[in-house]
Design a protein. Structure first.
Length: 327
């Protein structure tokens, strides 16, 4: 009788998912925000995004071709996703040469220095973004050169982002329904990929539907920020509408949704277990709110994600699923 059992090395379970397909789904999820930003800010958005993507792919190709000399992975679209996310963290009027520098730092320092995709401990796009913020603070925080086409909606901010206006301007009205609606639809100053909260949430739903990400990190990040904002609003007293408008403001303003959904969920830099993801997300939410409320910068999402990226090895070490058969 023929032997019907086959012995072979792992993996034994095959999935239709691949790096290229996953990255393609992320790009599709980012398209609504890209379209909204293009409508609001004009063709500058597409130019910056194209330069960032092309630069990231070119630098990854050159490093692999002439330095690492390993198999080329530039066509798996991971470099393209890094370029889009980097562009989303930039003002629409930033000079093109700064975009190229940010792409080089993101790929060469944030990704390829550690061996490429899957080996980098920090999110490459955020490494590039923070480098540019520290090196070129004036250009990275200048939102006056290119204002949204719907300029009548942003006069109240006078070129400043909602977070900057809230942090440095006295008497900012958190409970203004009009201000919250503008942040939801994107008619505010800021990095062009951060402002369209509704479009980013649409992409979030798509990623959940395609099972590219799970809810654990985004919900824990945003939920922690909302709870933190609610407690702070309680301590401030005053208008009762602050109890809901203050947390909602921090969820819609800045890079909260972009960071929680598209960058904190990076496979290479986030925990492996669901419990670990929740701990990781709570840490990001707390650090972000602490920087926003009491730090030197009006926004803290990028710094919070990078700080929590460094804790992922510890989270993976101490938060593990039970081994099969262990009670």
């Amino acid at each position: 009788m023929a032997n019907k059992f086959f012995v072979s090395p792992s993996p034994h379970i095959h999935s239709p998912q691949s790096t290229r397909k996953i990255m393609g789904d992320v790009i599709i999820a980012l398209l609504p925000a890209l379209c909204v930003s293009t409508v609001l800010y004009g063709w500058h958005v597409l130019s910056i995004t194209a330069i960032a993507v092309a630069s990231c792919m070119l630098f990854e190709y050159l490093i692999q071709k002439f330095m690492i000399k390993g198999p080329l992975t530039v066509f798996n679209l991971s470099a393209a996703v890094t370029g889009i996310l980097l562009a989303f963290n930039l003002p629409a009027g930033i000079p093109f040469w700064i975009v190229i520098i940010g792409a080089f730092v993101a790929i060469a320092v944030g990704k390829m220095t550690f061996g490429g995709l899957g080996k980098n401990p920090f999110n490459p796009a955020l490494v590039g973004r923070v480098f540019l913020l520290l090196s070129y603070p004036a250009q990275m925080t200048d939102f006056s050169s290119v204002k949204p086409i719907m300029s009548g909606y942003v006069d109240v901010f006078s070129g400043a982002t909602p977070l900057a206006a809230a942090k440095y301007a006295e008497g900012f009205n958190y409970s203004s329904a009009d201000s919250l609606l503008r942040m939801l639809c994107g008619a505010v100053s800021g990095s062009f990929g951060e402002v369209a909260a509704l479009a980013l949430l649409l992409g979030f739903v798509y990623l959940l539907w395609q099972k590219v990400i799970t809810w654990h990190i985004p919900v824990s990040v945003l939920g922690t920020m909302a709870l933190f904002g609610f407690v702070v609003a309680l301590t401030r007293g005053g208008d009762s509408s602050l109890l809901w408008s203050f947390p909602l403001f921090h969820l819609l303003a800045g890079g909260a949704i972009l960071g929680a959904v598209y960058m904190a969920t990076d496979y290479s830099t986030s925990p492996m277990t669901h419990c670990g993801m929740i701990v990781y997300g709570i840490g990001i939410g707390i650090i972000t709110m602490c920087i926003r409320l009491w730090g030197a910068y009006p926004e803290g999402m990028s710094f919070a994600i990078l700080i929590m990226n460094s804790t992922v090895p510890l989270i993976n070490k101490y938060i593990k699923p039970k081994r099969f058969g262990v009670k």
